[in-house]
Write a protein that binds this ligand. Sequence first.
Ligand code: FES
Length: 131
Amino acid sequence: MPTINFIHPDGRPDAVDAHAGESAMQAAARHGIAEIAAECGGNAMCATCHVYVDDGWINRLTKMTEDEDALLDGAAAERQPTSRLSCQIAIVSELDGLVLRLPVGGGRRGDDETAGPGPAAALLRVLAWTR
Ligand code: FES
């Protein structure tokens, strides 16, 4: 089972187990990573799952699509060369140890520090509990 290492904006690491075939966003949602709101539920429409891929991993990911590229231009947090949408990162066993840094303030526009996870992330957690 691959492990994804999320790094919170304050530097705190959070290692989560992921399932091959799910997205990094889905793994984050199942583990309550609040910075990933995932408001569109993984349909590449909101950019609230924005992450910064660690330099050592960026070239191991599949190439981003034009739609992902365009959406990242409108992300709430500053876009960087290693920015990706975590809903578009498909987890495979070769990504065991992947390091994803979470943007300051999470992905939501007008985000505040006290806000909880977005509705899609909350729904994914409920679905995971019912399995
Ligand atoms: S969850 Fe909306 S773009 Fe990734």
